[in-house]
Design a protein around this ligand. Structure first.
Ligand SMILES: NC(=O)c1ccc[n+]([C@@H]2O[C@H](COP(=O)([O-])OP(=O)(O)OC[C@H]3O[C@@H](n4cnc5c(N)ncnc54)[C@H](O)[C@@H]3O)[C@@H](O)[C@H]2O)c1
Length: 342
């Protein structure tokens, strides 16, 4: 039996990632699409041979016999839609950031637990082969203890990615700007590889997109529970090219991910005898260049019991908490402990 899925929100992320990645699986049938702008869903329904199109997600979930849904709508709708789907017995893949507050994230996790359904968050950075291998390298001890890190995610802004993406600039719908959009990826990645964040200090500002109600730039300093410290920069004003790289400075050398153009993962050893080592891994997808993120495969395989949920709700909440701590730090002009985030 094929897994019967529906997609709520047929904007950029559904079009570039969820739908092609579902369609690439022979064990999945895309049964229904939903968008408040019906023409958008109609167009993609034709492309993927989907028979049912809705403008009301509740009707879609109630009328169709679905096993799972992707929630690909603006951030403020993630919790409401995910909880409704979970409470109707569906597995849910929700885009990042999973929610706009800790209360929402808690309610989503609770609903998934109660209904015994999969709740996965579309935080794809931890699934990128270069990051999976980087984690293995760090854990192998080959580079010794990590002292500090630097991670950056910036591009020219969501207006270059999505035609309907005005909501990214509206605080009520997005809750934060570059920090929620891009920062949440890096908060997940850093904790996935290096460990949990303990406290943050952060500056945010709207430097260029002046009519926008959220940050277009953020710079945060994180201290992890294990003493490692580092910086996270997020931006919607990097042009013409995006940056999406991470560097770990370690006792015995340096590891760079997506920093050097032709070497997605490269280690430099302090011991001159070992020199520079380039690892054979694919590069990461960019807004211009899309290929499978592994998110849909992870979700479907988890539902089928073939693997552990690669990004459960609890992990999405951990990344969200760091973003919320950064916002609190910027607003109150002080360092904020993660445990303070309520
Ligand atoms: N994982 C990633 O790398 C990544 C990248 C980009 C965006 N995202 C996330 O994906 C989500 C969607 O972003 P996007 O770039 O696709 O935005 P988008 O604006 O292109 O698409 C959102 C779609 O949702 C629809 N929509 C709005 N309200 C709706 C409702 N009530 N019912 C049904 N449909 C509704 C809109 O009409 C639009 O088509 C966001 O949470 C964003 O953060 C994730």
């Amino acid at each position: 039996m094929k897994l019967r899925v529906g997609v709520i929100g047929t904007g950029a992320i559904a079009k570039y990632r969820h739908l092609p990645e579902y369609a690439a699986r022979e064990d999945v049938e895309i049964v229904a699409l939903c968008d408040i702008i019906k023409e958008k869903a109609d167009k993609l329904a034709v492309r993927y041979g989907v028979e049912s199109v809705y403008t009301d997600y509740k009707q879609m979930i109630e009328n169709e016999e679905l096993d799972a849904v992707s929630v690909c709508t603006p951030n403020y709708l993630h919790a409401e839609m995910s909880i409704f789907a979970l409470n109707h017995g569906l597995h849910v893949l929700v885009e990042k950031p999973m929610a706009t507050s800790l209360d929402e994230a808690n309610a989503m996790i609770e609903a998934a637990k109660k209904q015994e359904r999969v709740l996965m968050v579309g935080q794809n950075q931890r699934l990128a082969p270069m990051h999976v291998l980087a984690k293995e390298i760090i854990e192998s001890g080959m580079l010794g203890k990590v002292n500090t890190f630097r991670t950056v995610f910036g591009h020219a802004g969501p207006e270059h990615w999505s035609k309907t993406g005005k909501w990214f600039f509206d605080k009520k719908q997005a809750f934060a700007g570059s920090l929620a959009d891009l920062g949440v990826h890096k908060m997940d990645l850093i904790q996935f590889i290096l460990g949990d964040v303990d406290e943050v200090a952060c500056f945010i500002d709207t430097l260029e997109k002046k009519d926008c109600g959220v940050d277009d730039n953020a710079v945060a300093v994180l201290r992890l529970k294990n003493g490692i410290m580092g910086t996270v920069e997020t931006s919607w004003t990097y042009k013409p090219a995006e940056e999406n790289g991470t560097t770990f400075f370690c006792e015995k050398g340096t590891l760079k991910m997506a920093v050097e153009p032709d070497a997605p993962l490269v280690a430099y050893f302090a011991n001159p005898g070992r020199g520079r080592c380039v690892f054979e891994v694919p590069k990461m997808q960019t807004n211009e260049e899309q290929f499978s993120t592994g998110v849909i495969d992870g979700f479907v395989d988890t539902i089928q019991g073939k693997k552990e949920n690669p990004v459960p709700g609890e992990e999405g909440r951990k990344a969200l908490k760091v973003v919320l701590a950064c916002l609190e730090s910027a607003a109150s002009n002080r360092k904020v402990k993660i445990e303070e985030v309520k």
